[in-house]
Write a protein that binds this ligand. Structure first.
Ligand code: NAD
Ligand code: WQD
Length: 337
């Protein structure tokens, strides 16, 4: 059934793809975004993809009065909360900004939702909450440990939501722990578009493929992994977006919350990613093996069966499609943005 959904951070990378998936599933969507880390062209592109006008509120997720007004006036039934700061390295330098936006923003949103009587929420969490996981693939029951202020904000967010749910059973909250989102929309019109030099592997490789950056630094080749480089569970952003639709539908249908990993259950090494991107782009991708990056874990792979069982979520797209769609995006539209 169609519902009215608020997407905070809906102009960002994962939020924009989720917007498309929700509209395609028949929902009415309102985006709230400050454009702190999004391009102004995104709403028009979303309208182009979906063939529907985009309802946009420009504002800050910490603005409780604004959020309350939007929730009430728009008759919002559920919220998907993406708006956050997400750069791990930056969080080490500016930790208070991260607590302010990620924890303060969540608090303001939850207060507004209480006031408006809207108690259905999907929350963007991250595999980073597992810190250095002992068990691979990592189940949701694994212990949580922050490796940086960003990860700490996600753990605090999850804990706030857990206590809130216990305080009032009317709440139904879906906590989604994403592994490594990658790739772009099949239309080539939206994708990951970092303003600065990317900290993440896939967008960095993409910029080497376009010639914007010269050479990839592979952070360590002496890990205890098959080729010595770090292994991650990359998940196509369109699969991830579909996971949000399923999560929301489950909250709305059952009134029960859930906490699940969203990953594929399969890991790829840095060198495998570079090789796959080379096949997709047909570009030379020079790289140098450098020192390990501080704070990196050797392997991060999801145990994916809980989301499959609870939500019927299964990924459909593999690494080749992540690289091909990323390349289509950066080599055409993305580069002109
Ligand atoms: P993104 O930066 O592309 O999207 C975040 C959006 O929130 C942006 O559009 C930005 O303009 C907006 N925003 C930031 N601060 C805001 C504020 N104060 N008020 C209103 N809007 C604000 O990031 P993303 O990759 O799409 O991540 C979305 C969510 O998923 C975040 O919560 C992030 O922590 C989480 N997450 C991301 C990854 C990843 O690797 N991309 C992995 C795990 C979890
Ligand atoms: C992947 C692999 C690097 C860049 C981060 C956050 C996590 C989540 C997703 C938000 C690792 C290697 C990377 C480069 C490299 N974000 N690498 N050269 O570190 O798994 O996760 O993004 O929640 O919280 O920590 O992703 O893409 O940075 O790294 O060799 O230039 O690529 O060492 O093995 P990571 P990543």
């Amino acid at each position: 059934m169609a519902s009215r959904i608020l997407l905070t951070g809906g102009a960002g990378y994962i939020g924009s793809h989720t917007h498309v998936a929700l509209v395609e599933a028949g929902h009415e969507v309102v985006i709230l975004d400050s454009f702190a880390n999004a391009r102004r062209s995104v709403p028009d592109r979303l309208a182009q993809i979906t063939g529907r006008p985009v309802q946009l509120v420009e504002g800050d997720v910490r603005d409780e009065a604004l959020l309350t007004r939007v929730l009430v006036e728009q008759g919002i039934e559920a919220v998907v909360h993406f708006a956050a700061l997400k750069a791990v390295g930056e969080s080490m330098v500016r930790p208070l900004d991260y607590f302010d936006v990620n924890v303060g923003g969540l608090t303001a949103l939850l207060r507004a939702m209480e006031t408006a009587g809207c108690r259905r929420l999907v929350f963007s969490s991250s595999a980073t909450v597992y810190g250095l996981p002992e068990e691979i693939p990592t189940p949701e029951s694994a212990p949580l440990r922050a490796m940086n202020p960003y990860g700490q904000t996600k753990i605090i967010g999850e804990q706030m939501l857990d206590w809130l749910g216990r305080s009032n059973p009317d709440w139904a909250i879906g906590v989604l722990r994403y592994f490594n989102p990658a790739g772009a929309h099949g239309s080539g019109l939206i994708g990951e578009d970092p303003h600065d030099t990317p900290g993440n592997l896939m967008p960095f490789v993409a910029k080497v493929a376009t010639g914007e950056l010269e050479r990839i630094a592979v952070f360590g080749a002496d890990y205890d992994t098959p080729d010595g480089t770090g292994v991650r569970d990359y998940i196509h952003v369109e699969d991830l977006a579909r996971g949000h639709v399923l999560s929301l539908q489950s909250l709305l249908d059952t009134g029960q919350g859930h906490l699940v990993n969203l990953g594929t259950g399969r890991g790829y090494s840095v060198l495998e990613v570079i090789a796959a991107y080379k096949r997709a782009s047909n570009r030379h991708l020079p790289y140098t093996i450098t020192e390990r990056r501080a704070g990196d874990v050797p392997i991060s792979v999801a145990r994916a069966d809980k989301a499959a069982g609870l939500l019927g979520f299964r990924t459909e797209k593999g690494l080749e499609e992540m690289c091909a769609s990323s390349w289509a995006w950066v080599s055409t539209t993305g580069a002109q943005d």
